[in-house]
Design a protein around this ligand. Sequence first.
Ligand SMILES: Cc1cc2nc3c(=O)[nH]c(=O)nc-3n(C[C@H](O)[C@H](O)[C@H](O)COP(=O)(O)OP(=O)(O)OC[C@H]3O[C@@H](n4cnc5c(N)ncnc54)[C@H](O)[C@@H]3O)c2cc1C
Length: 407
Amino acid sequence: MTLSVAVVGGSIGGLTAACLLRDEGHDVTVYERSVAELEQRGAGIGFLSATSRYLVERAAVSLPELSIATDHIRYLRRDGSVAHDAKHRYLFSSWNTVYRRLLAHWHAGGGDYRLGHEMTGFDQSDDAVTVQFNDTSEGSGNTASDGSSATADLLVCADGVGSSARSWLQPNTSSNYAGYVAWRGMVPEAELPADLATKLTDAITYYVYANSHILVYPIPGLDGSVEPGQRLINFVWYRNYLGSDDLTDLLTDRSGNHRELSVPPGAVASHHEAEARAVAAARLPAPIAEIVARTEDLFLQVVYDIEVERVAFGRVCLLGDAAFAARPHAAAGSAKAADDGWALADALRDVEAESVPEALNTWEPGRLVLGRSLLARTRDVGGRSQVHNTWTPGDPDLIFGLHRPGD
Ligand SMILES: Cc1cc2nc3c(=O)[nH]c(=O)nc-3n(C[C@H](O)[C@H](O)[C@H](O)COP(=O)(O)OP(=O)(O)OC[C@H]3O[C@@H](n4cnc5c(N)ncnc54)[C@H](O)[C@@H]3O)c2cc1C
């Protein structure tokens, strides 16, 4: 049975689900609010197998084409010496690299990816769901206030951490600021002294200090290149801000605009960027401080815990960060988004249009269990470094993983 499916949100979660549902024979359209193809978001990602699974199993892409392997987990002391070093293999990629590969595969199969389509609402009946959009796509001739709509058997909302769908479907969802943000940046490996580049490309390198920690790892270059010399060194630095004026000021960008979820490169207020650079120089081990110093533009993302009570609502479902958004300490956000898509495709196999709500109800319990367990684990890990100062190098609970540490 071919179902018509509207996927809203064309990032890693939406595209993975779209590809999987198309592979099952369904008629899928992806609607993305950005007017141009997405770029440069999220920088590096710990690359868990659920994130790579679609590209490897269905798009004939090999892991070494997409990612960089590191063989050590290393902790530095303040003086730059090694405090702890354990053999452990991780893969790292970048949001752009994965997105571009998924989008290329989607287009290669004739996939319909509609940019400039911002979902503004939906209505569902027993038989169908109708989605409304602001259509500002190129060539539409529309202004931002013009609308269009689409009717489908199923609406998959993969509209991310700031999901409108979540706020309509679960208006009382708790979206809790975790108490800290991630300062981020990247430096081309080629711009680093050779000995520093060598030190930072065979490991994930941590420094943990009072109520903060930073991690550094190699990722593909902006063009997706994984060759030595072409890669980037990426850092994620967790720093605490009170969820009041303190955070509001941080999220007020250089032009005075208030942002909710992130402040992109080049937009962080100069007094905050200067403060972060000064703290890095004063408090981080020299090899890590040098990466921060050499980063052209710092950017930041706010860390939230978002928990929903349900993810299936008749013919509409929430997937990826639109459902649960967990702190990044398990490196599992995109992996969960992708895994939601695999489970959804399984649940919808051979389902008739009239049985879509029932199929979503069978899909939901597993998603709730996974989302809750990931939230609980990442909350605990974040608390250890940012609040309790009980983060112990070598603790197996700190290993990345979607279902549990290491898996
Ligand atoms: C600091 C930090 C570090 C992270 N590190 C990792 C990591 O190491 N590994 C990992 O796997 N994950 C990591 N993540 C998490 C990961 O980035 C997210 O979990 C992942 O991007 C979620 O994918 P998604 O497709 O659900 O949502 P998103 O990537 O947020 O995409 C949502 C899409 O929906 C679109 N959209 C929004 N609203 C609408 C609308 N109304 N209409 C149409 N389109 C809309 C947006 O433009 C966007 O393209 C990290 C996150 C942070 C903050």
